[in-house]
Write a protein that binds this ligand. Structure first.
Ligand SMILES: Nc1ncnc2c1ncn2[C@@H]1O[C@H](COP(=O)(O)OP(=O)(O)O)[C@@H](O)[C@H]1O
Ligand SMILES: [Mg+2]
Length: 393
């Protein structure tokens, strides 16, 4: 079956078409190109992610002296995908990103872009766009000059620079603002300019290392929506580093969760939230109650009692992970008892924290409108066996 080129790809190709070639386009071709829909937030977004790997990391490892920054890690990023690398500080996220763009040489392993081995290729030949934390726009250059900068650096002729800058501006829907200076733009617009400056030389992959880290929450959430829109509009392949689990859940097609220089789990936000494979994943993404124990037959034996196992089967030390929305006050299939330690009001929901006999803190979401039991009250809570997830310890 013939693969349909994606809209974003086409525009990237157009951006990249040498001007000379463009001038030679006959009328018929020109018509065909002009007929193509303009880049917009499209319904085809859902079909966008390709099956092929845009980027393949195969056993990449990196040490700094005695510090292991990356254990051998393997990962595939699909064409058109927005993949976030999520993890606590020091888990190896930046190192992985630097290896991908060629700023850091790995000790071992190989890296492929579009199926070609790029492990030894220097940074500037690698066809990768890097957007820095503060966007790094030049304050004394206009938006248009900022976007054209990478092309000027590459010695492209002025006419081609103009052409491609105009197309890149249109792509990020800032066509009318090319003459402004960065300080005359909103944060969201600056974000778009920084991306346009990446798109202008049509890199195969765009990398972003904690670009929203410094912003306050409201602006960050606004920017996350901007990034999602831009990603949908352009069909670009983006690898995005963050330590913020909410940001990763909000933005990602898939999340690659890292911990201690290793990849802990890769999956869609929904997969990772609903089916954490380790206690670390369960704890890092979302909130949960962790009941630790030992598997004996069909039950997990814990200090709180014996509980039925969900579908997963493990041996030895393990824990049941129960999300707050699956734990309800009262007695049921599986029941734990504790003493109310805290109630946390978060607007849309209220969470009740209660301490179990062995010191474990359990957390449940109170039904809307229900008054929270007073601190110090004894409570019981229950969950359906299949709502829990079993992870190894
Ligand atoms: N240039 C370097 N020299 C020495 N150690 C480094 C260097 N870069 C990173 N590290 C170490 O490698 C580990 C991973 O760092 P990094 O990739 O920056 O993590 P993250 O981006 O997840 O916070 C950390 O222990 C860090 O201290
Ligand atoms: Mg980092």
């Amino acid at each position: 079956m013939e693969r349909q080129p994606r809209r974003g790809h086409r525009t990237l190709q157009r951006l990249g078409a040498p001007l000379t070639a463009k001038l030679r386009i006959d009328e018929e071709t020109k018509l065909r190109i002009d007929d193509k829909p303009k880049l917009r937030i499209g319904e085809e977004a859902k079909l966008r992610i390709g099956e092929e790997a845009k980027l393949r990391i195969d056993g990449i490892a990196k040490r700094y002296g005695s510090v292991v920054a990356l254990e051998p890690v393997s990962l595939e990023v699909r064409a058109g995908e927005l993949l976030t690398i999520l993890g606590p500080s020091g888990s190896g996220k930046t190192t992985l990103l630097q290896v991908i763009c060629g700023l850091v040489e790995p000790d071992g392993g190989r890296l492929f872009i579009d199926g070609h081995d790029r492990t030894a290729m220097p940074v500037h030949q690698r066809d990768i766009g890097l957007v820095f934390q503060n966007y790094a726009l030049f304050p004394h250059l206009t938006v248009g000059e900022n976007i054209g900068f990478p092309l000027k650096m590459r010695g492209r002729p002025a006419a081609e620079v103009r052409e491609r800058v105009a197309a890149a501006l249109e792509m990020v829907q800032l066509g009318h603002l090319g003459g402004r200076f960065p300080r005359e733009l909103s944060g969201g617009q600056q974000q778009r300019v920084a991306l346009a400056r990446c798109f202008v030389y049509q890199p195969a992959i765009i990398l972003r290392d904690e670009p929203l880290g410094a912003l306050d929450r409201q602006l960050r959430e606004h920017m996350q929506i901007e990034i999602k829109k831009l990603h949908r509009e352009t069909g670009a392949t983006i690898v995005y580093v963050t330590h913020d689990q909410e940001e990763a859940l909000a933005l990602s097609d898939r999340i690659c969760l890292m911990n201690h220089a290793r990849i802990e789990q890769v999956g869609t936000p929904q997969e990772i939230y609903a089916h954490p494979r380790t206690a670390f994943t369960a704890g890092f993404i979302g909130t949960s109650t962790l009941l630790r124990g030992v598997v004996e037959g069909d039950a997990l034996v814990t200090p709180q009692g014996s509980f039925a196992l969900p579908a997963e089967r493990l041996e030895g030390k393990a824990a049941l992970v129960i999300r707050p929305e699956h734990l309800r006050l009262g007695v049921g299939e599986n029941t734990i008892a504790g003493v109310v330690a805290e109630t946390v009001y978060a607007g849309a929901e209220t969470r009740l924290l209660f301490d179990l006999a062995d010191g474990t803190t359990a957390v449940l979401r109170l039904p809307t409108g229900m008054a929270a039991p007073a601190i110090g009250t004894a409570v019981q809570a229950h969950w359906a066996t299949d709502a829990a997830v079993l992870v190894p310890l």
